[in-house]
Structures are given as structure tokens and as C-alpha cells.
Design a protein around this ligand. Structure first.
Ligand code: B12
Ligand code: SF4
Length: 498
């Protein structure tokens, strides 16, 4: 089984400390995800497990993804008797994380939460049963925390650690980011049932798929993007270390398709070129998919990306209106979207567009432009999310000044935002379904169809809008709607990244 591949930076020896890490995501409890097919183990948990093990801890992992209930955690608490239980957190799994904290505490373990959700609402986790929260990048912080527990020393002053002291939350200074990602050991694949994931992929697609990261963080500054773990830093692994990981996945597990889980793939052009050269030279027949930006996937790169195995790209297209892209601080141009979409089509690379509705300032005319852009390029896959002001984002600050610090801004004055949302999704679905037939239409038929769709779109819009003016999307006080986390049956998978 794979072990650590480097010595790594110096840090305390954990002397056999028993640590249990839990990924609380439980697919069958998530009605939206039950139909989803895109399942990968948490790379964060696997990286932490490998790092702790490398520092001398005795580590176990319970991945609940395909479990029926918390039975395996109970079992591990009883037989392994961990001193520390660490839980990976996402907003979707908050309740289950809190239930796990209760179970672990009852079993006498010290409980710690980490990952995107705990990092963005530390107090919530501390006041609901966790002994500590690790914010941001977890490897070195968790080692220091486990070491302090082992030694019985204080948690005060440990960078990246928060805990409650006499009822108040105390937070150590921010932890600096790991300077060299190559110093991390390979993920601890052997601590989970990786074969279970691979078998499932095999049945679904014929490929043995696994995830990797080639970098951490993203230097861009889209106004709605929340980056609770790696902030605006950007660190890239060397191509050599990535190729080593891919070779191991291939040899040990027969992986032949890789999802690159970076926030954005291809930020450094020289790195991308080197990676493509390596993939082409090795000729493994391994395919990959990634999330990227239209300004990075330059058409001249496409032939080599395709030869290197690029099969699918997730693109944050977001809107067909330049005004909206500028308001979102996206830093992309519609001309780039068009160029990129054309090039991907030409080279037979599947595209999945992320579209966003309801960002402040959006009018029905902007939504029309989005539908129009979609119609012209008809990506093979797409998902639509509702803009949500996440904690710590520029978007959140923007709506804070308004009388309503609305958590669900897809609300048009005088109009039910939900109708606009459904209506738009309906039209996108219609155009997606028409796409395979479009090439058989005569140009005059296509033009008639487009005119009818425009007329129908505008007519319905007129009926649901009260007043003459195209309404602005305005935030309004309401309970948060988690529609950005969910998707109705039959829709393609939701956006995986910000
Ligand atoms: C790849 C990815 C996916 C993949 C793989 C998911 C998986 N199993 O990890 C897929 C496509 C399946 C996916 C699905 C979903 N995802 Co996702 N995904 C990502 C993405 C782009 C990268 C995650 C990653 O691998 N990072 C690399 C690893 C090394 O970092 P990490 O996980 O953050 O872990 C580090 C720290 O967080 C910390 N840490 C993490 N856990 C713990 C635990 C302890 C105890 C400690 C001490 C520290 C610690 O230490 C780790 C190492 O430094 C992130 C965006 C991002 N940059 O985080 C979104 C993100 C995590 N996903 C998100 C969401 C919402 C989802 C879905 C719920 C969406 C949906 N409904 O379809 C599902 C949930 C499914 C699931 N199985 O969990 C959100 C979570 C937001 C939130 N607050 O909850 C994120 C942050 C994107 C965003 N900005 O909105 N996702
Ligand atoms: S949305 Fe994507 S490109 Fe924009 S800041 Fe977030 S991760 Fe970076």
C-alpha cells in the first residue's frame, strides 16, 4: 500500500496517538444527491490522514458516503477508542457532524471540526458540541493539536485552532499556508474503501475514476466566491509530484480517468504546458476532467489538451450579460466565452456550464441574454445556481448595507423570483433538448423557432412582471433557501466549486 513519499517539514512526533477522521457525507440521506453520480472521497480527509500517519499517529478513517447510518462510527469508537475524533464539515452535513460530536464525546474522545463549513462559522461548531475547530488548511494545525492533547499542554496560541475558554471563543493566530505542496505525503487511499468508489464508477461509466488536486487556492476574486479554507492564495504542485501520484493510482488501483479537483485548473500557463507534455509523452490512455475559466482555456491549447486526455470541462460561464459578469467581478469577457465554447466543440471536449441567477443588478433582459448565449452554444451539460451571499464574501458586504441583509436574493420586486428561476430553467432545458435536432433544421425553421422562443419568453416575462420597468433583483429578508445546494430530479449535477 502507498506510504508517504517525502520526509515533509519537521513537526512533532505523535507517538501512536489514536485519531479517527470522519467524512460525514451520507449519500442516501441527501435526497438531491441520491440521484447524483459524481462521488469521490474527500481528498482533505485523505491528506490529513496521510500527514498524521507520517507524523507517527495511529489513524483510522470512517467514510460514511455509502453507509446506511452512523453504525461504523459507533463501531470504531468502541473498538479503536480514539483519543481525538476529527470531522470534515460541509454546510450540507452540519446536523450529522453535530451528532457525531455528541457520540464521540460520550465515548470520551476530544472532538475537532475542520473543513469549509467549520472554517466559516467557528462559533456554531464550538457551541454545539465540538471541543475545537481547525480553520483553513488542516495538516500542520491538526498535528500540533493532537500533539498538545497527547502532551496535555494548552491549546492557547496554536495557530489555526479555536476553542471555548470560560464560555468565550478563543482563536489562535492564523496558520500560515504550507509553502510546498510537494512535501505532502500521498493521500491515504488505503484507509478507505477506494475499491467501492472505483467499482461504482466502473458500473456507471466503464471508467475507474478518482480525484486529485494539482494546486490549492485561487487568485481570482469573484464577488460571490467563498474561500474559507485556502483564501486567495495559490500554490501549485510540481508536475513531477502529480505524475507520481497518477502513476501510483494507475498501478495500484487501475485508475484510468481523473477528476482534477482544483478550484481552477490551468492558472500557470508554463505548468499547464509541462503537464500536457508529460501526459502526451506517457501515453497512458488516461482521461481527465477539470474546472477552468474561459480566459485560461486558450484555443491554441485545445489540440494538446485533447491529446493529453481532456474529456470534460466545467466552466463558470455564469451569465450571458457582460454587465453581470462585470458586477460579479468575474474578470471574463463574453467574447472569451464564445471563443472557448467554440474551440471545445471543435475538439470534441464535453462542456458543463455553471450559470448563476439572481445576482444583484440582474434584470430580465440580462436573463434573456443568458438564455440566448446558451441557445447559441448549447453545452452538453449545465447547472443553474442561485446567487447566495456566503459569509466573508464581497457579495455579502454588498447586501449588508441594504435594509435586508437578504440571504436569498433571487427576488424581483413585485415578482416571485422562484417563478423567474423555474421559467429560466425550463427554457434552458428546452434548448438543451432541441440541440441534437438543431443541425437537421433548415435555417429558416431555426430562425422561426428562435423568434417564437423570444416572443414566448418576453410574453411570459411581461405577465409575471408588475410594472413597466424591467425589475432589479433586490435582496429581501427571508429565511435562507439552500437551492444552491440542491437540484431537482433530472437536472445535471450542481456546481462543485465556487
Ligand atoms: C472537489 C469538490 C467536490 C467533489 C468531491 C467532493 C469530496 N468528496 O471532497 C464533488 C464534485 C463530488 C463535490 C460535491 C459536493 N460539493 Co464540493 N467541492 C469540491 C472542491 C472544488 C475541492 C475540494 C477538495 O478536494 N479540496 C482539496 C482538499 C485538500 O481540501 P479540503 O477538502 O478543503 O481539506 C482541507 C481543509 O479544509 C482542512 N480540513 C478538511 N476537513 C477537515 C477535518 C478536520 C478534522 C480538520 C482538522 C481539518 C479539515 O484540511 C484539509 C487539508 O488541508 C471544493 C472547493 C474548495 N476549494 O474547497 C468544493 C466544496 C467543498 N464543495 C461544496 C459543496 C457545496 C458540495 C456539494 C454539497 C454540492 C452538491 N450538493 O452537489 C457536494 C457534496 C458531496 C460530498 N461528497 O461531500 C462547497 C462546500 C461549501 C460548504 N460550506 O459546505 C465547496 C467549498 C465549494 C464552494 N465554495 O461552494 N465537491
Ligand atoms: S469562482 Fe472560481 S475563479 Fe472565481 S474566485 Fe472563486 S474559485 Fe476563483
Amino acid at each position: 500500500m502507498p506510504g508517504p513519499n517525502t520526509a515533509g517539514p519537521p513537526s512533532p512526533t505523535l507517538d501512536g496517538a489514536r485519531v479517527l477522521l470522519v467524512d460525514p457525507y451520507l449519500r442516501r440521506e441527501d435526497p438531491m444527491e441520491r440521484q447524483g453520480e459524481e462521488q469521490y472521497p474527500s481528498l482533505g480527509v485523505l491528506s490529513l490522514a496521510a500527514y498524521l500517519r507520517h507524523r507517527g499517529a495511529d489513524v483510522r478513517v470512517v467514510d460514511l458516503t455509502f453507509e446506511r447510518d452512523l453504525g461504523r462510527v459507533r463501531e470504531a469508537l468502541g473498538s479503536f477508542r480514539p483519543e481525538v475524533v476529527g470531522v470534515h464539515t460541509k454546510t450540507l452535513t452540519l446536523e450529522r457532524s453535530l451528532a457525531l460530536a455528541r457520540l464521540a464525546r460520550e465515548a470520551g474522545a476530544f472532538t475537532v471540526a475542520g473543513g469549509p463549513d467549520a472554517s466559516s462559522r467557528v462559533d456554531r461548531y464550538l457551541r454545539s458540541g465540538f471541543d475545537a475547530v481547525v480553520t483553513g488548511e488542516g495538516e500542520t494545525t491538526l498535528v500540533d493539536l493532537v500533539h498538545a492533547r497527547k502532551e496535555g499542554s494548552t491549546l492557547f496560541g496554536i495557530p489555526g485552532v479555536a476553542f471555548l475558554h470560560e464560555g468565550s471563543s478563543v482563536q489562535g493566530p492564523p496558520r500560515s499556508y504550507l509553502p510546498d505542496l510537494d512535501a505532502l505525503p500521498l493521500p491515504a487511499w488505503d484507509l478507505i474503501d477506494l475499491e467501492g468508489y472505483l467499482d461504482r464508477w466502473s458500473r456507471l461509466t466503464g471508467d475507474r475514476r478518482m480525484a486529485v488536486v494539482t494546486s490549492r487556492g485561487c487568485p481570482f476574486d469573484c464577488s460571490w466566491c467563498s474561500k474559507p479554507t485556502f483564501g486567495r492564495t495559490f500554490r501549485q504542485r510540481s508536475v513531477g509530484s502529480l505524475m507520481h501520484e497518477l502513476a501510483m493510482l494507475r498501478e495500484l488501483y487501475g485508475v484510468d480517468y481523473v477528476r482534477v479537483c482544483d478550484d481552477v485548473f490551468g492558472i500557470q500557463r508554463a505548468w499547464t504546458e509541462e503537464f500536457l507534455e508529460e501526459m502526451i509523452a506517457r501515453d497512458w490512455g488516461m482521461r481527465f476532467e477539470c474546472l477552468s475559466r474561459v480566459d485560461l482555456l486558450k484555443p491554441e491549447l485545445l489540440p494538446r489538451l485533447k491529446r493529453a486526455g481532456l474529456a470534460r470541462v466545467f466552466l463558470g460561464v455564469e451569465s450571458g450579460s457582460q454587465k453581470m459578469l462585470d458586477l460579479m467581478n468575474r474578470g471574463t469577457r463574453l467574447t472569451q466565452v464564445e471563443r472557448c465554447a467554440r474551440a471545445l466543440k471543435e475538439h470534441g471536449v464535453r462542456q458543463h456550464w455553471f450559470l448563476m441567477l439572481g445576482y444583484p443588478g440582474e434584470t430580465l433582459a440580462d436573463i434573456e441574454s443568458t438564455v440566448e448565449l446558451f441557445r447559441r452554444y448549447s453545452p452538453e451539460e449545465y447547472s443553474v445556481s442561485v446567487a447566495l451571499p456566503l459569509p466573508g464574501t464581497r457579495f455579502e458586504r454588498l447586501v449588508q448595507g441594504s435594509p435586508a441583509t437578504g440571504e436569498n436574493p433571487l427576488l424581483f420586486e413585485g415578482v416571485d423570483g422562484e417563478i423567474v428561476h423555474r421559467w429560466t430553467r425550463g427554457r434552458l432545458r428546452f434548448w438543451r433538448r432541441m440541440a441534437p435536432f438543431a443541425s437537421h433544421f433548415r435555417p429558416s425553421t431555426s430562425a422561426r423557432l428562435e423568434r417564437a422562443s423570444d416572443w414566448f419568453g418576453q410574453e411570459v416575462a411581461r405577465r409575471i412582471v408588475v410594472g413597466e420597468e424591467a425589475p432589479q433583483v433586490l435582496p429581501r429578508r427571508e429565511e435562507p433557501r439552500q437551492s444552491w445546494l440542491s437540484r431537482p430530479p433530472g437536472e445535471p449535477p450542481r456546481r462543485p466549486a465556487a
